[in-house]
Design a protein around this ligand. Sequence first.
Ligand code: GDP
Length: 353
Amino acid sequence: MLGCCQTRRSEMSSESVKTFSSLETPGYVGFANLPNQVHRKSVKKGFEFTLMVVGESGLGKSTLVDSLFLTDLYSERVIPDAVEKAKQTVKLDASTVEIEERGVKLRLTVVDTPGYGDAIDNHDSFRAIIQYIDDQFERYLRDESGLNRRNIVDNRIHCCFYFISPFGHSLKPLDIEFMKQLHNKVNIVPVIAKADCLTKKEVLRLKKKIMEEIEANGIKIYPLPDCDSDEDDDYKEQVRQLKEAVPFAVCGANTLLEVKGRKVRGRQYPWGVIEVENPEHCDFIKLRTMLITHMQDLQEVTQEVHYENYRSERLAKGAPKKPLVSIICLKFRGLSQLPLTMGQKLKSRGSQG
Ligand code: GDP
């Protein structure tokens, strides 16, 4: 009897040895598997992202968002007439969709800003937007200091597409004022709307002028992070092209057209078709690549730079209202020059700020 038990025990222990360690690969502890655990957990939990779109009405914001995520977020939208628009103040309108692609879930919230730039005096247009961004930070701060910190819904704005009209010669005073007021609170990505209205040469000229004005006015747009030296060449080239494309000149469309036997998303004109997803026609694909490949970074910058600033200001009640430096965040992001102001901090992450 005893002999039988002993045999079973020794069988079991040799089984468990097989299951829990790999005798064939001595020196292998197993922590190389950690990324897989993180991957599995994140996929199970899903991802959250909040995008804000700002710009005068009619610049194609809704069309672009629908084209970017292949959704129909604005099917019930009512467009006010000119009389209503004149009376209307800026409203904020958040719509959430859950998108799933190959088992990965993304809870995407798009915050639209109808009424922005529509009033006769647009001076106050950005007040409601600033308030909204601060309210989300405040909510997160409260949730974080509350009892149940496990299931916090993150509604902070991770990225703001700022739509610039293609019809002017550069930025308007309202554009400059908006970006100045918000660059310390949110990652701004400037976008030239309806780029199909411009020739290639005009797009390049407008891009150059916009970047000059952004620089001259000390506006800090979202700086795409520099690549690590061990990154592969294709990725480095992709990031270089993305940086070069800022401000992204885009066009949007929700109609599928047939071009040379292919179904493409595009806009049909008497002289031809603008293919939204053709990099020769506009920067739509570059904008989408930037957003998807930098989603994590946009969230990190929101957490470590913008939210930290808000949090520090809130905690140091009575302190002057200027951005405070988050030392932890700088260390984490591998920035060595301390102390920096937040402006310099953002700048040092990339060359576009
Ligand atoms: P929003 O008010 O900024 O959300 O603008 P909409 O997305 O509702 O678009 C306003 C109008 O512009 C609609 O008639 C769209 O079909 C048109 N539109 C949208 N995107 C583009 C574009 O990229 N190029 C051109 N030429 N027209 C566009």
